[in-house]
Structure formats: C-alpha cells, structure tokens
Write a protein that binds this ligand. Structure first.
Ligand SMILES: [Fe+2]
Length: 335
C-alpha cells in the first residue's frame, strides 16, 4: 500500500512517499493532488521524498500533470539550459563553480510561472545543495522608501544576447539569443520578441532586448497577498561582481569589473522603467537582503521540490562532480 507520510525538515514541510510503483504513479498523484496543492499554496514550498520514478523525465511530467498544474515553456528565460523531453528541462548549465543566487523564475517578465518543480536525478558529489528563500519576508524587510521608489518608477531588465558564435566572449551569464528565444534565425527571434511585446534592437549580430516593465511586487493569483517578485538584486554589474566575489570566482570578478568600466553595454542592466540603471548601492542592498533568506535543502535521487514561484525563490550552492536536476515550470489551474 502506498503511504504518504508528513515530514518536516529544517522548517520545510513535506511528504515521504513509500511503496509507489511506476504503474500507480499517475493515479496516486491524481488522488493526492488536493492535499499536495493545498500544502504548496499554504506553505509556499513542499518537499516530496522517495518518488524514485520521477528521475525519469516523462514520469516527472506525468506527475506534474496529475497534480493539476499546467506546464509551460521557457522562452525568454535567462538561465543557460536545454529541454530534455516534453516540458522537462535541465535545471541549468551554469558552471559548477557558480552558485545560483536566490531568484523567482522569470521574475523580470509580466507573467512569470506560478509554480516551479525540481526533480533530483543525481545529487552532486560535493556541495550543490539547493537553496530556497521565503520572498514573503522581503516586503517587510525592504526599506519602505525603496519599495515606493521601485513601485513608482517600475523595473525593466535590459539584456545583451550575443549570437551563439560569440556568446563565449560575453562576461557574466552566457546565453545567446538563439537559446533565449528558441530561435534559429533573426526573423524568428524578432517574431518571439514582438509576440511578447518586448522591444529589441540588433547590434550587428547581437540582440539587445528590453523585457517587460514590471512592478516590484505582484498580487498572488490565489491569495490576498502582495509579494516581492523581481530580480533587481540579481542583474546589473554590481550584483554580478558581488556574486563572483561571494563565489571566489576571481577571474570572473576581474572580467566583470573590466567590462563594467570599459564596455558596460556587454553586460545586462537592471533599470528603472524609464531605462535608467538602478544605483549600485540599491542593487547591493537588495543582493544581500535576498541572500540573507537562503535556506539549504538537500535533494536526493527521487526527491521533488515543489515551489510556489511567488512565495519562494530558489537557487543552489556551487558544487563538484555531476549534478542532475530536472525542472518544470507551470501555472495553477482550476482544480
Ligand atoms: Fe531558476
């Protein structure tokens, strides 16, 4: 008989699944969907331990559909990653020496995914713990004057997306326009931008992309709550340099500093809605505020971490060896 036992680890609530066979998986998650969805909504984060079948991408997708989430694609996302199968993607191809700073997925667009789920295929040999952070706390921690300033002026991410042949030359996060927009030609890239209302221009073969102008906080789709949801702490030269420093990536730090000084247009920039870059001090304040929320979660093979993408941010520590985590982004559906 399949058992769903409640567990609680370092303040993160969850269930341990015991004795589940592959053939029972879909039925089991369809039946338990109301409890699991309620726990995700109430707590913002939920850990499902022992779902060994979920390491198989097709089964992971079946589980997310059985739970009643509508899966989404990742067009316009910023992390270097590729699709594995169906709507299942690798978590990120960001090199192991990089940590990943806490962030809500695609929080720089108007409609970020409402749910993000991680399935652990293989944990890292050393390091690589996942991190989560309760973003409901930021609205209370941030200076009221900062919240007012960002609410009045808005936030807008300006991205530099090189052609895939030149992407290795870019300091910081390396993602080409072909990868970011799932496009093979410039025409396809332009279509992807226009259909989402994003402004763009070409600098020779590189694409400069302006994503949506957003408010720093959003209304939760199922709760009467305004939640901090943006990546003002993540982008911009000051954040990239601080991130490299925290990771002890000395070469990256120097490369980013030089680019910030001599050719800032090579780097992304987090701007106010009118295009003026955020002041360095504000970026760094937010960087450390969000970093202070980091909470480690150890994922083992067969574990699924379900996050409400508004209530909880996610990240990871640097690692060595192989680390395989799959990811699905999705939205709530009526259920
Ligand atoms: Fe992410």
């Amino acid at each position: 008989m399949v058992m769903l036992k409640e567990c609680n680890e370092s303040g993160l609530s969850g269930f341990t699944v015991d004795g589940l066979s592959v053939t029972d998986t879909q039925n089991f998650f369809t039946q338990t969907a109301p409890d699991i969805r309620e726990a995700v909504l109430n707590n913002g984060a939920l850990l499902l331990r022992g779902v060994v079948q979920s390491a198989e991408p097709a089964v992971f997708e079946v589980i997310m559909n059985a739970l009643g989430f509508r899966t989404r694609d990742y067009i316009g996302g910023s992390s270097p990653r590729s699709t594995i199968k169906g709507k299942v993607m690798e978590a990120t191809r960001t090199p192991p020496a990089w940590s990943i700073i806490l962030h809500q997925e695609m929080a720089y667009v108007k409609h970020p995914p409402e749910i993000i789920a991680f399935s652990c295929v293989k944990p890292a040999t050393e390091g690589g713990e996942s991190t989560i952070g309760d973003m409901r706390r930021i609205t209370k921690l941030v200076e009221p004057s900062t919240l007012q300033l960002l609410t009045e002026r808005g936030l807008r991410l300006r991205r530099t997306l090189p052609d895939e042949n030149r992407v290795h030359l870019k300091p910081g996060i390396k993602k080409s326009w072909q990868e970011a927009l799932s496009a093979k030609t410039k025409e396809e890239a332009e279509f992807a931008c226009r259909s989402r209302g994003w402004e763009f221009e070409w600098w020779n073969d590189d694409l400069i992309l302006w994503q949506d102008c957003i408010s720093p906080v959003r209304q939760h789709p199922r709760k009467n709550e305004l939640i901090w949801c943006n990546q003002a702490h993540f982008w911009g030269a000051a954040a990239m340099i601080e991130w490299a420093r925290v990771d002890s990536r000395n070469e990256d730090e120097e490369e980013l500093k030089e680019a910030a000084q001599n050719c800032p247009e090579l780097l992304e920039s987090m701007c106010f809605g009118d295009g003026e870059p955020l002041p360095e001090e504000l970026t760094l304040n937010l960087f450390h505020l969000v970093k202070g929320l980091e909470q480690d979660v150890n994922l083992n093979t067969g574990d699924i971490l379900l996050l409400d993408n508004l209530q909880f941010a996610h990240g990871r520590h640097a690692f060595s060896g192989n680390r395989e985590i799959n990811v699905i982004i999705a939205d709530w559906t009526e259920h």
